[in-house]
Design a protein around this ligand. Structure first.
Ligand code: ZN
Length: 365
């Protein structure tokens, strides 16, 4: 049985500590698709009122930013946990660039304090209140990587301004293979998004006391990545798995077959907790993932039953299957039904007369 957890009360404009290595700032962009808004995660210790110690170091393979590596050349690697209060009201005594320059100019042997290094996951929408709050908090840390789970408009647009503010580069899966997609509501694609570095499944990024591995999870979008934080056995699940709702799987770039396979992929892992981009964490995640898979299989049974009962078009199926949800959500429901139908036609469980879409007439094989 699929049970959602809708308990979540974000403090907009304030960075909240959610685990020893993870903090979150929720953007004020609530909607039926974003729940209370986009949760931007900050991974790594440190931050607060002052420039703290904890120098950056380098990613595996070629996925670190060369200029960052150069900047860090004089930084001695060390681990210096910091438990400064996590509030955005605090003010820095120096801008990040000023702090960085003064550290770089110092002799390597001199033990000067260094700002801790963090990664940002899903910078969010480019709304001024969110960017302003992020900028204030990031005055006290060095951002080494900006990671994006996928390029929907509630996840990626702040990547470019955040790069300008911090100098960190942007990492995501390749967007070059995406099917064309019309924008709709908050789930529209960010067509301007261009990562500086392409991540593949299994790529690993390291910082001070944290290790993030990319987990390719296509379905919601073809370029969707989750990020696994090894030190806490935590998985940042983006929009792939959320505790408050099922995910939208919309054509043409969403793919139900891929989505279900990406859910099954999570069952092969041993993550302890999920942190979705929207809403609160998912504890004990495997039973929840199994319930999501069962929910999709049940939906397909409902579609087959609806067709058998004479609801042979998508609008007719939506009217029957989604009778209990508000009609303004029916376009998204129709999109999800279409994704199921494409998957079921591919598996030769149904037939379609006419074009696959709202005008198609479906039959059960
Ligand atoms: Zn999304």
């Amino acid at each position: 049985m699929l049970k959602f957890n809708k308990k979540f009360s974000p403090q907009y404009g304030e960075v909240t500590e959610v685990s020893p290595l993870i903090r979150r700032l929720v953007a004020h962009n609530p909607s039926p698709f974003t729940f209370y808004g986009t949760g931007t995660y900050i991974v790594g210790k440190g931050g607060g009122a002052n420039c703290e110690s904890g120098g950056a170091h380098v990613a595996q393979r070629a996925i670190d930013h060369p200029s960052n590596m150069k900047k860090r050349a004089n930084h001695k690697e060390e681990s210096a946990p910091n438990r400064s209060p996590v509030r955005t009201e605090t003010r820095a005594t120096a801008r990040p660039s000023q702090c960085e320059e003064s550290l770089s100019a110092a002799p390597a042997t001199e033990a000067k304090p260094k700002k801790p290094t963090v990664a940002i996951i899903d910078p969010g929408p480019a709304i001024s209140s969110h960017l302003h709050a992020l900028e204030k908090f990031l005055e006290h840390v060095t951002v080494s990587h900006i990671l994006v789970t996928h390029n929907h408009v509630d996840h990626s647009p702040a990547a470019a301004p955040l790069k300008q503010i911090t100098g960190a580069e942007v990492y995501a899966f390749d967007t070059g293979q995406q099917a064309d997609m019309d924008n709709h509501a908050e789930e529209g694609r960010d067509r301007h998004f261009k990562p500086d570095h392409i991540l593949k499944d299994g790529d690993v990024i390291k910082g001070d006391g944290w290790t993030l591995a990319a987990v390719h999870t296509p379905g919601h979008l073809s370029n969707h990545l989750c990020f696994a934080l090894r030190e806490e056995k935590a998985l940042f699940t983006g929009d792939h798995v959320m505790g408050w709702s099922t995910s939208v799987v919309s054509q043409p770039d969403g793919d139900m077959k891929d989505y279900i396979a990406s859910l099954e992929k999570l069952l092969t892992r041993d993550d302890r907790i999920y942190y979705p981009t929207h809403g609160g964490p998912v504890n004990d995640p495997k039973p929840f993932v199994r319930a999501l898979i069962a929910h999709r299989h049940n939906r397909e049974q409902q579609i087959l039953a609806a067709i058998a009962d004479g609801a042979v078009t998508i609008p007719a199926m939506v009217a029957v299957i989604y009778a209990d949800i508000p009609t303004y959500l029916h376009p998204a429901a129709a999109s999800s039904v279409l994704s199921h139908l494409i998957h079921m036609a591919h598996d030769r469980r149904i037939t379609c007369q006419g074009k696959m879409g709202k005008d198609g007439v479906f039959g059960v094989i």
